[in-house]
Design a protein around this ligand. Structure first.
Ligand code: F6R
Length: 612
C-alpha cells in the first residue's frame, strides 16, 4: 500500500527520503517519488518502478532540507511516471503526497477543469495540490484545512508550500501518519519501519488530526467545523528493536518471520497463563469475571488471513467456553446492516491495526453500542486505540506481506481468551491445566516442524509445478485449509482453492485429476475416519495427495505414489490447528522460491490495506 515519508532538519532531505522509502518497499508499491523544498523552490523527481530506479535517476543538485516522499500503489489511473506522487499545482507552489482515496475526486476535477486548471494526472491526489494552492487562507494550516473541508474520503497527507519553507503540514483521516522526533530534526512516515533507524520517539496522529512540523518541533490540531483546535499531542518512546526491520542473513522477511515463530509464540504467552487457577490472565480485556460470564455470543471480525485465524478462534471459543461464536470478513460486515447485540462480545483481529475494513467495522459496532476487543500486533495502531480492550500479540514487527508469525500469535491469543471465557463457565480445572500445558509446549513443537524444512521444500517443489490445487479440511481443519490456500496463492500465484472435505463430492470432485494435487488436513481427531475415506475418493480419481496429519494415522492403503505425508507433533486437539498451519507456510514459501518469485513483494498485494 502507499507509503509516506517526510524530513525536515539540517541535512539534505533527498537521501534520507529515499532511504525511508526503501524501508517501506515491503508494503507493496508500483511507483515512487520525492519532492524537496530549497532555495530555488520545489523540485520533484518521480517515476514508475522501484525506489532504486528513482535514486539512480535523481537529477543533480536536487537540494533542499525539507522534503516529502511517496511509494504509490495505484488506485486512480495506471502506474506511470505522471501518476506517481508527489503531485503539484500548475505553478509548483505546492507539493502533496497522499495515501487513501478521495471519493469526490471526479466532481472536484470537473470543478477545477471548469476554472481552467490543467490537470495532468489521472489521480485523485492532484486535486489536493490545486485546491491548496488556490486557497485564500493566510497560513498553510488554513489552506490545508480549507481543502480538507471540501473533500470526502480517506487520507494521510504531507504538504510542502514554497511560501512556508520552514514547515511540513500533515493530516490524517483513515490512513496512518506518525511524526518522528530526532535530534534537531523531524520526520514523518506512514509506518514506523521508515523511522526506526533515525528515531523511536514518535507521535501517532488520530483520524481528524492535523500537524505542523518545523525544526522547533510539532503542534497538533483537530480539524473541525469551527476551525483548528489544539490537541497538544506529545511524542513518546516506542519499544522496538530497529534490527527487526532488517532481513539480515535471510533471503526474505517471510522466511525470517517463519523461523521466528517459536520465540514469538513464547512472547505472547509470557505472563498470561495462570497455572494456579488454570486460566488465562488477560488484563487488557478490561472485562471482569461477571462481565465475561454475561457474554452470550462472540462475533470475530478480520480480513484475509486474520479472518481465517478468526475462524480457528471462533471454533476454539465454542469448544472451550461453549459460547456460540462465529467469524466473518470484516470487509463485508458493516454493509449488511448487522444487528449489534448488547450481550455479544465483538473481537477484531489485525496484525497491522490499520486495515481500514476492520477499523470501519469497529466504528460501526461502537456506533451501535456494541463492545469490541482487539487482537492486534502493532502497538498504538488505529484499531488498538479505538477498541474497548484487547490483547497485544507481541509478534514483533512483521514486514513480509504474507503474514506468518502474527497469525500464529493471533491463534494463541484466541486460545488464551477461550480459556479465560471457559474457566468462568464450565471448563474444569483439569481441562484448564491440560490446555495450559498444551500451550506451553507449542513453541517447541513449532520448532520441531520447522526442523523438517528440507522435506517440506521437496514437496513444495512438486506442488509448485501444478497450475491448480485444492486445500481441504473439516471443522477445526477447514480454516487451516483456507489459510494454507491463501498463503500458497498469494506468493506462488498458483490457483489454490480451499474446500470443506465433506463438500468435495458435492461438486469440486469433478476437477480432481492427476494434474490437480490436494493438500488434505487430517488431524487424528473425531473426524479422521471420514477424512481418510475422502482421501480414497480423491486417490481413486488419480488425484495426488499431500496429507498433513499426525503420526500413526492409518491412511488405509492409500497408494504411496499418490499420497505423501507431512507429520506434525501431537498436541491438545483444540490446539491442533496452529501446528497444522505451520507446514503450510513453509510449503508456500518454498513453492514461491522454487518459482523464482519475489517472496516479500507479491504482485498486486500490500502489507496493510488502508483503502476500502
Ligand atoms: C495474508 C495477509 C492478509 C492480511 C489481511 C489483514 O498473508 O497477510 O490477508 O491478513 O490483509 O491484515 P491485518 O491483519 O493487518 O488486518
Amino acid at each position: 500500500m502507499c507509503g509516506i515519508v517526510g524530513y525536515l532538519g539540517p541535512h539534505q532531505a533527498a537521501p534520507l527520503l529515499l532511504e525511508g522509502l526503501a524501508r517501506l518497499e515491503h508494503r507493496g508499491y508500483d511507483s515512487a517519488g520525492v519532492a524537496v523544498l530549497g532555495g530555488s523552490g520545489i523540485r520533484v523527481a518521480k517515476r514508475a518502478g522501484r525506489v532504486r530506479d528513482l535514486s539512480e535517476d535523481l537529477p543533480k543538485r536536487f537540494t533542499g532540507k525539507v522534503g516529502i516522499g511517496h511509494t504509490r500503489w495505484a488506485t486512480h489511473g495506471p502506474a506511470n511516471d505522471v501518476n506517481a506522487h508527489p503531485h503539484t499545482d500548475t505553478k509548483e507552489l505546492v507539493a502533496v503526497v497522499h495515501n487513501g482515496i478521495i471519493d469526490n475526486a471526479a466532481a472536484l476535477r470537473d470543478e477545477l477543469a471548469e476554472e481552467g486548471v490543467d490537470l495532468v494526472s489521472d489521480t485523485d491526489t492532484e486535486v489536493l495540490a490545486h485546491l491548496i494552492a488556490g486557497s485564500g487562507a493566510d497560513t498553510l494550516e488554513g489552506k490545508v484545512a480549507e481543502t480538507l473541508g471540501r473533500i470526502h474520503g480517506t487520507y494521510g497527507i504531507a504538504v510542502l508550500h514554497v511560501d512556508f519553507p520552514d514547515r511540513i503540514v500533515v493530516a490524517r483521516n483513515g490512513s496512518p501518519l506518525i511524526i518522528g522526533v530526532g535530534d534537531k530534526e523531524m520526520y514523518v512516515a506512514s509506518d514506523l519501519a521508515a523511522l526506526v533507524r533515525y528515531t523511536t520517539t514518535v507521535a501517532h496522529l488520530d483520524d481528524g488530526e492535523m500537524a505542523t512540523i518545523t525544526s522547533a518541533g510539532f503542534s497538533t490540531y483537530r480539524l473541525g467545523a469551527s476551525g483548528l483546535a489544539a490537541t497538544n499531542r506529545r511524542a513518546a518512546h516506542v519499544d522496538v528493536d530497529p534490527a527487526s526491520y532488517d532481513a539480515g542473513e535471510y533471503d526474505s522477511f517471510m522466511y525470517k518471520e517463519i523461523l521466528e515463530q517459536p520465540a514469538a509464540a513464547e512472547r505472547v504467552l509470557r505472563g498470561r497463563l495462570d497455572e494456579r487457577f488454570a486460566t488465562g490472565h488477560l488484563g487488557g480485556l478490561n472485562l471482569d469475571a461477571r462481565e465475561l460470564r454475561a457474554i452470550r455470543r462472540i462475533k470475530v471480525l478480520g480480513c484475509g488471513s486474520a479472518y481465517y485465524v478468526g475462524e480457528m478462534g471462533a471454533t476454539l471459543i465454542e469448544e472451550l467456553a461453549r459460547i456460540p461464536a462465529d467469524a466473518e470478513a470484516a470487509s463485508e460486515f458493516r454493509y449488511r446492516n448487522p444487528i449489534i447485540e448488547p450481550d455479544t462480545l465483538y473481537v477484531v483481529v489485525s496484525q497491522s491495526g490499520e486495515t481500514v475494513d476492520t477499523l470501519l467495522a469497529v466504528q460501526e459496532i461502537q456506533r451501535k453500542g456494541g463492545r469490541v476487543i482487539g487482537l492486534v500486533n502493532v502497538v498504538g495502531s488505529a484499531i488498538a486505540r479505538e477498541v474497548d480492550g484487547g490483547i497485544y500479540l507481541h509478534a514483533g514487527p512483521e514486514v513480509a506481506v504474507a503474514s506468518t508469525k502474527a497469525l500464529t500469535n493471533m491463534f494463541l491469543g484466541f486460545a488464551m481468551l477461550a480459556l479465560q471465557l471457559g474457566r468462568v463457565r464450565d471448563l474444569s480445572i483439569a481441562d484448564g491445566r491440560r490446555l495450559i500445558a498444551g500451550l506451553e509446549a507449542l513453541p517447541h513443537k513449532i520448532e520441531q516442524i520447522l526442523a523438517t524444512e528440507e522435506r517440506l521444500e521437496a514437496i513444495a517443489a512438486r506442488l509448485a509445478e501444478a497450475e491448480s490445487l485444492f486445500f481441504i479440511g473439516r471443522v477445526r481443519g477447514f480454516p487451516v485449509a483456507r489459510e494454507g490456500a491463501q498463503k500458497f496463492k498469494e506468493i506462488s500465484y498458483r490457483h489454490a482453492e480451499a474446500y470443506q472435505t465433506s463438500e468435495l463430492k458435492h461438486g469440486p470432485l469433478a476437477l480432481i485429476s492427476p494434474d490437480v494435487p490436494t493438500v488434505a488436513i487430517v488431524p487424528d481427531d473425531e473426524l479422521v475416519e471420514r477424512n481418510v475415506a475422502a482421501l480414497h475418493e480423491i486417490a481413486a480419481r488419480g488425484g495426488p495427495l499431500v496429507v498433513v496429519t499426525h503420526e500413526d494415522v492409518a491412511l488405509r492403503g492409500l497408494p504411496s505414489d499418490l499420497a505423501e505425508r507431512i507429520v506434525v507433533p501431537r498436541s491438545e486437539r483444540e490446539l491442533d490447528p496452529i501446528l497444522l498451519t505451520i507446514p503450510l507456510q513453509v510449503l508456500a514459501y518454498h513453492a514461491a522460491k522454487h518459482l523464482g518469485h519475489d517472496i516479500d513483494k507479491p504482485r498486486n498485494l500490500a502489507k496493510s490495506v488502508t483503502v476500502e
